[in-house]
Ligand binder design. Structure first.
Ligand code: B3K
Ligand code: ZN
Length: 891
């Protein structure tokens, strides 16, 4: 695309295609630099397309780029160049009969494909990535999600280099050919859009297992990896089986092919891809063993395996009509994977982790230049819209529907959705229609969540009327202007809440809708609270029979993705932290106290001793509460991060905010140093399995305590960290100790880094950690350190994981370094974007977003950041990906 003349695609311009592809047969003659692709398309005119009254039917325009067209034949007759028009992105044929067969031959070069989109090579193996618009880099096609077709795929390659050749569906034949070549054929009976096509070929080892579906069908499960990784796939396999069972038990959804395959590749632009029957994964989300994966990595593997598997129904069997509907599959599937994880582990801790991510990253997106609704209205490059908004806020919107319907009706509504839309490409509107057939509530206003960008704010005021024993709660909502959207209409916000008396007892409430009990809940109705439907700009809810001024617990479980503004005392927050029956809100009260402390330092230059005492006391109560698991305690001891705090400020002075955060962290660590040291040494469980829940929670608490201690002089915690590094028998403890040491300057730091590096040789995922742990250090020399690491022999600029481990870790997880006062951090990032853009635009674009927020910066940082965006803009022809982000940021 010519970036001087970018094409904006608008949601409302959607038109069905003039043609359908009833069947596609693809033949690949694999070769690293010249792969021949023969595509036979059985075409028919689309009866749903707009009909032209007279004259010849509509021509056919197929998308294609970066593939060399070798020939085109129509119904067996080769076309001459004057019979079609070819541009850099399209092949147009003006006249075709209503039913016809078109054969297109293209030649592509997988070896030179550094964008990792289409057919490319990773560690010498062939693999594909087609979502969103990568299929057009393989052959000319109607490369859009609403064209569903049955695919037959034939692959021919050298036996020596490609003993394994995989595609979607079921394998139907294999033959050995002359000249050391062989050929396989795959058939996928389920009509699918091109973005779900996949091919993998190479020298891969695999493990296999079986799963028997609820209806008794036996499915072959295989995980393919490079041979040296074969011992690290077992956890992924058990996660897959657990996901398959969960989808049957919770949604009644069974798998639908004879085999399900997962392939792990080292070079991958994102996490994984849900291609029908042949998921391709970033090896980071498949490979795991005690020596290489942290507990967080294990949980990531489990969640991503589940996510991709769940797409088989929410995404593949029911797909998106157009890319504006992306959240139809992504928001829903994230919600499903969140529910799966929360069923398997601590539900509260999972919710806290999800809310942390939303606040730290999605709220920032909502207040930046790329703010968009979960169903965007326009885009230049669709890859830029695989965002936290579409995914995470999309999942929050689904969660609100779940809350509004209640679990029983939610499941009924999902059944209606699947029944109505199975085998089709559909829309977010159709999804809400399915919900509405079952819901008691009118969802008309709720639909605004799909079209409204920005994070709504809900202001709270309380009034207690002792004479009439009444409590009035007023909630007022507003949503800030975002690019292209102002004066927004009120949303339907589900507010789950409860009232407590001064002794901490839950009150029975005379207003609001009852909440359905969770399956294993031991809570009473009063403890669960009620659901208020906030639909007006401002609304007062009155509760009768309230004998004394109550304490309000609002937005339990974070029932809506909003910012709550509720002015309560430190004592009230400490009280909620100790007494709220909603564990999420206990955590939340602590976060609010900590936020107050840090923002207080920004305003007054000092720590408010009373607030510090309240938080310290509340921490004491949480730590002493045996009913709480240690992972929850770890969350309670974790302060809000800089990117979360930033969300409460209009203009951000990062240097001041980072200093305030450091001051509060240091004060808390000082005050609790002794208790924290005890936690570091005494919470680990000996003699239990690595993934025993108590063992994982214990490590989380111990390592959170260690991280907090690093704000104190190293003499206090350095020996503890060094001892932990030496004794660690798992990656969680080893990397936590190394991360602590990396903040300092001890001899142990360098020794442990060298030791870690030596052990990482031969394991790319572990080597990634060696880079990341250094990129997130708080050393004052950090920008030079990161720049020096770019030159390290093990740095691989072409590998997205390696690049992210150094560059994205620095830009996103090291606010002190990235926002260095002299703008060095911004310059460093801009240099990386410029260097990467021509090689891999998708990954380059992901690095632009930290620079997009210059308008919210205070002081000289604002200009320094803006200058770097200008420098990227002026650096030469940009990819559409980077162009869109940079130009929107500069608008
Ligand atoms: N659907 C893929 C993401 C594709 C990204 C394309 N740039 C993974 C997922 O969400 O499951
Ligand atoms: Zn997904």
């Amino acid at each position: 695309m010519d970036t001087r003349n970018p094409v904006t695609i608008n949601r409302l311009d959607y038109q069905p295609t003039d043609w359908l592809i009833d069947h596609v047969s693809l033949q690949f003659e694999l070769d690293p630099t010249a792969t021949l692709v023969t595509s036979e398309l059985t075409l028919s005119r689309n009866p749903a397309a707009g009909q032209e009254s007279n004259g010849p039917g509509p021509g056919l325009t197929l998308q294609g780029s970066d593939c060399e067209l070798r020939s085109v034949s129509l119904d067996g007759v080769k076309l001459a160049p004057e019979d079609y028009q070819l541009s850099a992105t399209e092949l147009h044929i003006a006249q075709l009969p209503e039913h016809c067969v078109l054969v297109i031959v293209t030649c592509i070069n997988p070896e030179s494909n550094t964008a990792l989109e289409g057919l490319y090579r990773s560690s010498g193996n062939f693999c594909t990535q087609c979502e969103a618009e990568g299929f057009r880099k393989i052959t000319y096609y109607l490369d859009r999600p609403d064209v569903l077709s049955v695919f037959d795929v034939t692959i021919t390659a050298d036996v020596a280099t490609c003993p394994v050749m995989l595609a979607n569906g079921n394998r139907v034949s294999h033959e050995v050919l002359e000249g050391g070549r062989h050929r396989v054929q795959w058939h996928d009976p389920h009509p699918k859009p091109s973005y779900l096509f996949a091919l993998v070929a190479g020298d891969l080892a695999h493990i296999e297992d079986h799963f028997t579906t609820a209806s008794g069908r036996k499915v072959l499960l295989q995980i393919y990896v490079e041979a040296h990784n074969i011992d690290r796939c077992d956890f992924a396999m058990s996660s897959l089986k657990a996901s398959m069972r969960w989808d049957e038990e919770v949604y009644g959804l069974e798998y639908d092919l004879d085999c399900f395959m997962i392939v792990a590749v080292d070079d991958f632009n994102m996490g994984a891809m849900e291609n029908k029957g042949l998921n391709v994964f970033n090896s980071r989300f498949v490979l795991a063993d005690a020596q290489s994966a942290t507990d967080t990595d294990y949980m990531g593997v489990e969640a991503v395996i589940a996510h991709e598997y769940f797409h088989n129904w929410t995404g593949n069997r029911i797909t998106c009509r157009d890319w504006f509907q992306l959240s139809l599959k992504e928001g829903l599937t994230v919600f499903r994977d969140q529910s799966f994880s929360s069923d398997r582990h601590s539900a509260t801790v999972k919710r806290i982790e999800d809310v942390r991510l939303l606040r730290a990253r999605q709220f920032a997106e909502d207040s930046g230049p790329m703010a968009h609704p979960i169903r965007p209205d326009s885009y230049i490059e669709i890859n830029n819209f695989y965002t936290l908004t579409v995914y995470e806020k999309g999942a929050e919107v689904i969660r609100m529907l779940h809350t509004l319907l209640g679990p029983v009706k939610w499941r009924q509504a999902m059944d209606v959705y699947v029944e109505r839309h199975d085998g089709t490409a559909t829309t977010c509107d159709a999804f809400v229609d399915a919900m509405q057939t079952v819901a008691d509530v009118d969802l008309t206003q709720f639909r605004r969540w799909y079209s409204t960008a920005g994070t709504p704010e809900v202001r709270v005021s309380e009034e207690y009327d002792s004479q009439n024993a009444r409590f009035h709660l007023t909630l007022s909502q507003s949503c800030p202007d975002t690019p292209g959207q102002s004066d927004k209409l009120p949303l339907h916000i589900p507010v789950v809440m409860g009232l407590l008396d001064q002794q901490g007892n839950s009150l029975s409430l005379s207003n609001g809708r009852a909440l359905a009990a969770a399956v294993d809940s031991s809570q009473t109705d009063a403890q669960r609270g009620v659901l208020l439907d906030l639909t007006e700009a401002s609304q007062t809810f009155t509760f009768e029979g309230v004998d004394a001024a109550p304490v309000v617990s609002l937005l339990r479980g974070f029932s809506a993705p909003v910012k709550l503004v509720h002015d309560v005392t430190d004592e009230t927050l400490a009280f909620l932290m100790a007494n709220d029956p909603d564990t999420f809100n206990r955590w939340e009260a602590g976060q609010r106290l900590a936020t107050r402390l840090i923002l207080g330092v920004l305003q007054e230059g000092r720590i408010n001793a009373d607030t510090l005492a309240s938080l310290g006391q509340a921490w004491g109560l949480i730590l002493a509460d045996d009913s709480l698991d240690m992972a929850f305690k770890a969350e309670a001891l974790s302060l809000p991060t800089i990117d979360t705090l930033e969300g409460s400020l209009e203009q951000v002075d990062y240097q001041a905010l980072i200093a305030a955060h450091a001051m509060v962290s240091t004060a808390l660590a000082e005050k609790h140093a002794e208790a924290l040291c005890v936690l570091v040494t005494e919470t680990r469980q000996a003699g239990v399995a690595l993934l025993d829940p108590a063992a994982m929670s214990g490590r989380k608490l111990a390592n959170t305590a260690l991280a907090l201690l690093t704000w104190l002089p190293e003499s206090l915690w350095g020996p503890l960290a060094a001892a932990q590094y030496a004794a660690a028998d798992n990656m969680t403890d080893r990397i936590a100790a190394l991360a602590a040491l990396c903040h300092g300057d001890s001899a142990a730091r360098q020794d442990c880094l060298d030791d870690f590096h030596a052990k990482a040789i031969g394991n790319r995922l572990v080597m990634d950690k060696w880079f990341a742990v250094q990129a997130t250090s708080r050393r004052s020399s950090i920008v030079e350190d990161v720049a020096a690491l770019l030159q390290h022999a093990d740095f691989e600029a072409g590998n997205p994981n390696r690049l992210r481990s150094l560059v994205a870790s620095f830009a996103l997880n090291n606010p002190g370094g990235f926002h260095a006062a002299n703008g060095q951090g911004y310059r460093f990032l801009a240099d990386q974007v410029i260097a990467l853009d021509s090689r891999n635009p998708q990954v380059a674009a992901r690095l632009v977003s930290p620079l997009g927020h210059w308008k919210r910066l205070a002081g000289p940082a604002r200009d320094l950041m803006r200058q770097e965006l200008v420098r990227i803009r002026d650096s030469g022809p940009l990819s559409p990906d980077v162009f869109e982000l940079v130009s929107k940021a500069l608008q």
